[in-house]
Write a new protein. Structure first.
Length: 428
């Protein structure tokens, strides 16, 4: 009987690092990725038929090239399935996987699993954020990477975080620089955090590259600026902006919004200390620390798993040191860009799936539990199950929406036809 493989869910930096590390230790690996190519969000490759040459920092290109070389060198021990989605675990501890290229669900018995499904974007809601023409900055970046073409027409980028200048620089190099980048935070209010950030050479060097690109393209980068509203304006948007006590309006075709990222935990099985099939989290899905740290975290998860399986490993203290440096950097960045939440207008949509607005949330008692917010307010009961609105409500109410425990399978929509063609592999 063949040795049961280790499942790695997610083909981004953390998943690729974990898969390569396990295979290099001599273990068989089943690596699945929901898209048609490995890479994840940051290393997203062009969609088939597109010739995309989107600019990326050299450090990220080198990191992915090294990971790709490791995967290729260990290809004999890695079984890779793209266009494949993790659905859950059945009552017999078999992992359910949906191969969308073949239109069937298959099961595998596994020795362990590492879940590296990355992070999800968060936004702070404002009146009009759900309108056509408004999209997340991360979504626009993926579109740019897959098609090689920037959005057409005037673009405004707003919110908070390092993704704002990154996508702005990529749009500028692709031929359509944004009209402005609006950072809600006021970094000059945290000089100590700024001083500590300056000691992080790699990310600050990358930030300097973005800043130089925006300066050459004459893209204003304004701090302390908050989008207050958006409304239809012909074939575009009229966007209200508040800077201090001044209210301004810009007319654009697209508004890209982003307010940071959170680990993607919706429906993901949490690690059980004594589980027969151990499950570990890795990368931004465990702790959102960025692309460099995700590679370290994938290796860390693989080494922890080797220890759990009773195998000697090459666990390095350098992984933990690198992760702590990334943790410190993110903490200082959060301090530098901190801004107080703004109470949205009553008509602001909070739960897009159910059409629930802020007025519906405000009518609930101040001491309403997270469960009451979900069941009585009907927030987080739609298709996304709180994946998108949950962080908004957590910021507004100070408590997260409860997750379904245990997760309800399947985690993702799956066709009845694919389920009807379910195949089991009893040889594993």
């Amino acid at each position: 009987m063949c040795e049961a493989p280790i499942l790695v869910v997610g083909g981004g930096p953390a998943g690729a690092s974990a898969a390569a590390s396990l295979a290099e230790a001599g273990l068989p690996v089943l690596l699945i990725e929901q898209r048609d190519q490995l890479g994840g969000a940051i290393h997203r490759l062009p969609a088939p038929g597109n010739a995309s040459h989107i600019w990326r920092p050299a450090r990220h290109r080198r990191n992915w090239a090294r990971l790709t070389a490791r995967l290729q060198a260990a290809a004999g021990r890695i079984e890779t399935h793209t266009q494949t989605v993790f659905l859950g675990v059945d009552g017999q501890d078999r992992f359910l996987l949906d191969d969308r290229s073949k239109g069937l669900v298959f099961t595998r018995r596994l020795r362990a699993a590492i879940i590296a499904v990355g992070a999800v974007e968060t936004i702070r809601p404002f009146s009009g954020w759900e309108l056509p023409g408004v999209m997340t900055a991360g979504g626009a970046q993926v579109l740019l990477k897959e098609t090689g073409r920037p959005l057409e027409g005037p673009i405004l980028i707003a919110g908070s975080g390092p993704l704002l200048p990154a996508i702005a620089a990529q749009l500028a190099k692709a031929g359509n620089p944004p009209v402005a980048v609006l950072e809600r935070g006021r970094p000059w209010n945290a000089p100590g955090a700024l001083a500590r950030l300056a000691l992080s050479w790699a990310p600050m060097s990358e930030a300097a590259t973005y800043a130089a690109t925006l300066a050459r393209s004459r893209v204003p980068y304004r701090c302390g600026a908050t989008v207050t509203q958006a409304e239809p304006d012909g074939d575009g948007l009229k966007v209200g902006i508040r800077i201090g006590e001044v209210q301004e309006f810009l007319h654009v075709r697209h508004l890209l919004i982003h307010d940071g990222i959170e680990p993607n935990r919706t429906g993901i099985p949490f690690p059980e200390p004594d589980a027969d099939v151990p499950v570990l989290l890795a990368g931004d899905g465990r702790e959102a620390l960025g692309a460099d740290a995700a590679i370290l975290d994938g290796h860390r998860a693989a080494m922890q798993l080797l220890t759990r399986l009773g195998r000697a490993n090459r666990a390095a203290a350098s992984d933990e040191r690198g992760l702590q440096r990334a943790r410190d950097f993110q903490a200082n960045l959060a301090r530098a860009l901190h801004s107080e939440p703004v109470v949205p207008a009553p008509e602001t949509v909070i739960c897009r799936c159910e059409g629930r607005i802020y007025a519906d949330l405000a009518t609930l008692a101040e001491d309403a539990s997270a469960r009451e917010i979900r069941l009585m307010g009907r927030f987080g009961l739609g298709a996304c199950q709180g994946r998108f609105c949950g962080p908004m409500i957590a910021a507004l109410r100070g408590q997260p929406l409860p997750v379904t425990t245990p997760p309800r399978w399947p985690l993702r929509p799956v066709s009845v036809a694919a389920l009807a063609r379910l195949t089991t592999d009893e040889t594993e």
